[in-house]
Design a protein around this ligand. Structure first.
Ligand code: GLY
Length: 355
């Protein structure tokens, strides 16, 4: 048998495998297996605080707007609303009483995204996130740099802390610890002063909105003041592409609200879109994300006596076929859908039933 010189063999196989690899690269990535968009059948989904956002977004979409313009204009209403203490102006502040906002946008047709984190004094972080996408070569800008960038684009600085949010922060601070010097009004008879009561517990509010426009294009936005009374500079999942939101124009769009730390460890939004790509319905994909968070958590402090993840994270998803769904770790969650006729409030699927 003729012996093959080792050097020739390596050269030949290297060439053959390089050629095979190159021809694989020439094959289009099979992203078009999903049915194509049903142009003219718009749809928008949001977290439960998004009624006005959906009405605005759907109005614009029906007038022919791009989904990204529509969802940003929608959530701007909630960012401007002093009564919503989880987003924008009136959002609950960090532990020093300063409001810090996070937001991100993703545009399906151009497959681009932009985001800002720990942004102070600018009430519409979603608009700044869009500018990061459109007017920089970056995806995420944070803190002082984000504020300077916003001001360079003409955004005006303003105080975001409302009296309502300041008073809530003060109550939290006054009840933080028995060992510190802050106390709420009390009498010498009060025994439990300084305890953290349920009503003062910190919360993770946020708004997410995803939409399909009349052209069948998808886009999404997530915007938040983040975890109430957080350590200054803390960034949650909302401005992180793949965690707080994700959109693939050929598949669907997803986003989240709730405990950002859990979602940051699992990058759930990109997982949901990938699961939809593999054929899961939006609701099934959202439930898989909840399951993954619960199963992967190893920290006992975050689990209840039955080993279940104690906190809640909610997911929202739509696909190109006009299907939608939502799921949360714990029962009792709801979400909103606008199918072009009206806003409907629906119950989210869940992993565990609350007592
Ligand atoms: N999901 C919002 C946050 O954790 O900041």
């Amino acid at each position: 048998m003729k012996k093959i010189n080792r050097r020739v063999f390596l050269k030949t196989t290297a060439f053959t495998s390089t050629a095979a690899f190159a021809s694989q690269l020439l094959q289009p990535y099979p992203i078009n297996k999903q049915p194509q968009p049903i142009a003219g059948k718009p749809l928008a989904i949001s977290s439960a605080n998004g009624t006005k956002a959906l009405e605005k977004a759907m109005g614009m979409i029906k007038d022919g707007a791009d989904a990204l313009d529509a969802v940003i204009a929608g959530v701007n209403i909630v960012e401007d609303d002093p009564e919503d203490t989880s987003v924008g102006y009136g959002g609950l502040p960090n532990e020093e009483g300063v409001v810090e906002l996070d937001a991100a946008v993703m545009h399906g047709p151009s497959y681009r995204a932009g985001s800002v984190a720990s942004l102070r004094n600018i009430k519409n972080p979603s608009k700044v996130a869009r500018l990061v996408m459109e007017r920089t070569d970056h995806v995420l800008i944070v803190g002082e740099g984000a504020l300077k960038f916003a001001k360079a684009h003409g955004f005006k600085e303003e105080t975001l802390l409302t009296d309502k949010a300041r008073e809530a922060w003060l109550k939290w601070k006054e009840n933080l610890s028995k060992e510190d010097d802050w106390l709420p009004p009390h009498t010498i008879e009060d025994k439990e002063i300084g305890e953290i009561y349920e009503k003062y517990l910190r919360h993770y509010g946020t708004i997410h909105c995803s939409a399909v426009d009349m052209q069948g294009n998808l886009s999404c936005v997530t915007t938040t003041s983040g975890l109430a009374y957080k350590i200054p500079g803390r960034v949650g999942d909302s401005p992180i592409i793949g965690a707080g939101l994700y959109c693939d124009n050929e598949v669907g769009s997803a986003g989240s609200t709730g405990r950002g730390e859990a979602n940051l460890l699992n990058c759930s939004s990109v997982m949901i879109v990938e699961w939809m790509q593999q054929g899961k319905s939006p609701e099934e994909a959202c439930l898989l994300a909840c399951k993954r968070i619960n199963e992967r958590c190893r920290e006992k402090r975050l689990k209840d006596d039955h080993g279940r993840f104690k906190h809640d994270v909610k997911f929202y998803a739509i696909n190109k076929r006009g299907e939608y769904g939502s799921a949360s770790i714990w029962s009792g969650g709801s979400y909103l859908i606008h199918d072009g006729t009206s806003v409907k409030k629906l119950e989210s699927a869940y992993l565990f039933k609350r007592k």
